[in-house]
Design a protein around this ligand. Structure first.
Ligand SMILES: [Zn+2]
Length: 76
């Protein structure tokens, strides 16, 4: 069962128009368009996950820098 990329509703295939139509919001896409839509969403989600990982790494680097500079200060 395909899911609507907009609202998560059920998509129903309409043979007459060769389109997938959302039962909840009425979004109409061809199977090809629906495929691309999901690919786009997945790549965006991937980018978001990537960014949060980068943010964590940045925070880790900052903490390392902070503890390093602290021990350097204590050395004086
Ligand atoms: Zn929908």
């Amino acid at each position: 069962m395909s899911r609507c990329p907009e609202c998560g509703g059920k998509m129903k295939y309409i043979p007459n128009t060769k389109a997938m139509v959302c039962q909840s919001c009425g979004l109409s896409l061809s199977r090809f368009e629906l495929d691309n839509y999901w690919k786009k969403i997945r790549s965006e989600n991937f980018t978001e996950a990537d960014e949060s990982q980068q943010r964590k790494n940045r925070r880790k680097e900052w903490l390392e820098w902070y503890s390093k500079s602290k021990s350097e200060k204590e050395g004086f």
